[in-house]
Design a protein around this ligand. Sequence first.
Ligand code: AQP
Length: 332
Amino acid sequence: RPRVLSGIQPTAGSFHLGNYLGAVRQWVALQESHDAFYMVVDLHAITVPQDPKDLTANTRLAAAQLLAAGLDPERCTLFVQSHVPEHAQLAWVMNCLTGFGEASRMTQFKDKSARQGAESASVGLFTYPILQVADILLYQAHEVPVGEDQRQHIELTRDLAERFNGRFGATFTIPKPYILKETAKIYDLQDPSIKMSKSASTPKGLINLLDDPKATAKKVKSAVTDTDTVVRYDLENKPGVSNLLTVYSTLTGKSVAQLEQEYEGKMYGALKTDLADVVVDFVTPFRDRTQQYLDDPETLDSILAKGAEKARAVAAETLSQAYERVGFLPAK
Ligand code: AQP
């Protein structure tokens, strides 16, 4: 079975609809067909300041949400990044193979550091993509299911894997991005020219899965559309309506064409009201299941401990090969 690896940050507590549709939903499907490794990336989270208590709580919360979304620890390996020290160890080696200019071209750093003020952004935020490279290569992943915003980081991973293999001998699998076109990018409900995002979206533009379903319904109903009245998918000219159709189609399994037909002659209001119901029907049980996992932290922690053990077995082997190839004297 081909292997996949992906991660999600524990930062802001609740996952948002973009995380879910762009990434987590694929993770659930891929555990059936792939040898799947999924992690909560707490090492990535501290690239921006974190309150320690919140970080601990948010890490459990992220794991609970992944389980609630349908990850099954019997069918995939679910773990916390900091439980597997090999991530930080391989990241150092990869840092030393990366050009400063090469790292400087990563657009996510430019966006995120600009928001923070470039001077106060951490070196960790700068090298974030290189830690991601290590995450992926440690598991010899063939594919990496992510949203469109991560494509550049997967390209960097391929470049560095090829560089390492060329310099030191074949060691790493060259991974490919696994990006579903339809849900590659979910847009902000109030500003459909930007992606839905924890840090860039306003509260009204962002659907957090754990928010009160009533408030969520309201946000869907007040989503920005356009002055036209036809329900039609046209990302360029009708980005707001198109985004709603994407969400609707993905959550119900109905095709966009089918939805266009259903809403022929109807107003945007009808589309929004129905979509609000669809979203509420999804988030309500999701919230309940997440809460059940949170109510039993011992079970949750032991699931994560088992996951880390399985992950380490793979990661340790790759790291020791990489160390040997680099020429580090083996420890006796
Ligand atoms: N709007 C989106 N559409 C599709 N996919 C998305 N992802 C994020 N936003 C969208 C995908 O979610 C996965 C987990 O991402 P993360 O934990 O790295 O979170 P993030 O990318 O930092 O999320 P945000 O909200 O976009 O945070 P900021 O605002 O800090 O940048 C990834 O696979 C990502 O592609």
